[in-house]
Design a protein around this ligand. Structure first.
Ligand code: CAA
Length: 262
């Protein structure tokens, strides 16, 4: 039984029994993570986190696409100062503060910020059609929301370098073998299976779940924070390069970029 929550423009917020569900809902732009969408997503997650009737939260884009990354159209003209002042990625720190277990239900593309968002969740359930990657290099950037740090910790240096420097994608099975995701399920069942997992977690003692989540997160993220800081500044600084603007405009104009190292 799904209960509907307050209306947002770019996300759907519902619940099924003890599980809150936040669905990114900008399908024509492949759920590109524009500022307004991110603001609503964080608000919806925090509302679920504060709801005493809920014990787990599923974050999804539905069975077609999770998210194709930060919104390139929103960033194409930005300077480093614009990026610093907007500090859209700062909003991600609020996702890290969600206390209830957060399950990413990923189908289709989880690229750039989409892959980073999945990695920020506690458990990733992938659909058979899921494709993970950090293709920012193709548009003259680097991952800016934790990708260089969390991907390296998760996959190891060799594969993280391969993915970040080439922009190639990992399928669901390889992501499972390499520990990026916990389970792979049939694509059409992606949300159902994630909610089922959420309901399993809801039967466990909530304070133990919270403490276990915090402890594992500390083990994983302990030394990541310094790296995140460096990565975020490097990401913003790249907006001073001609290549980044060339890369983003080439994407928007649907043409091959030409890079000059400036
Ligand atoms: N930002 C803005 N718009 C995007 C987008 C993005 N990241 N990804 C897709 N879209 C838009 C496309 O522009 C297109 O819009 P129009 O119909 O208005 O032209 C629509 O979504 C559908 O996309 P495509 O036509 O490109 O679909 P496709 O099936 O041919 O290709 C894709 C799919 C391979 C995912 C391709 O869209 C793509 O390469 N997207 C960009 C991926 C990317 O580079 N992500 C990283 C962004 S930077 C980032 O995330 C930084 C960070 O770390 C925070």
């Amino acid at each position: 039984m799904l209960a509907c929550m307050p209306d947002y423009e770019h996300v759907l917020s519902t619940s099924d029994g003890p599980v809150g569900i936040v669905t990114l809902n900008r399908p024509r732009q492949l759920n590109a993570l524009a500022g307004p969408l991110l603001r609503e997503m964080v608000a919806a997650l925090e509302a679920h986190d504060a709801d005493p009737g809920l014990r787990a939260i599923v974050l999804t884009g539905g069975p077609s696409v999770f998210a194709a990354g930060a919104d390139i159209k929103e960033m194409a003209e930005a300077t480093p100062v614009d990026m610093l002042v907007r500090d859209t990625i700062g909003m991600w720190d609020r996702v890290k503060k969600i206390g209830k277990p957060l399950i990413a239900a990923v189908a289709g593309y989880a690229l750039g910020g989409g892959c980073e968002l999945a990695m920020l969740c506690d458990i990733v359930v992938a659909a058979e059609n899921a494709r993970f990657g950090q293709p920012e290099i193709n548009i003259g950037l680097i991952p800016g929301a934790g990708g260089t740090q969390r991907l390296t910790r998760t996959l190891g240096k060799a594969l993280a370098m391969d993915l970040v420097l080439t922009g190639r994608m990992l399928g669901a099975e390889e992501a499972l073998q390499r520990g990026l995701v916990a389970r792979v399920v049939a694509t059409e069942l992606i949300v159902d299976e994630a909610v089922r997992l959420g309901k399993e977690l809801a039967k466990r003692p909530p304070i133990s779940v919270r403490m276990a989540k915090e402890s594992i997160t500390r083990a994983f993220e302990g030394r990541v924070d310094d790296g995140i800081d460096l990565e975020r500044k490097a990401f913003y600084l790249l907006f001073a390069t001609r290549d980044a603007h060339e890369g983003m405009h080439a994407f928007i104009d649907k043409r091959q970029p030409s890079y000059e190292g400036r």
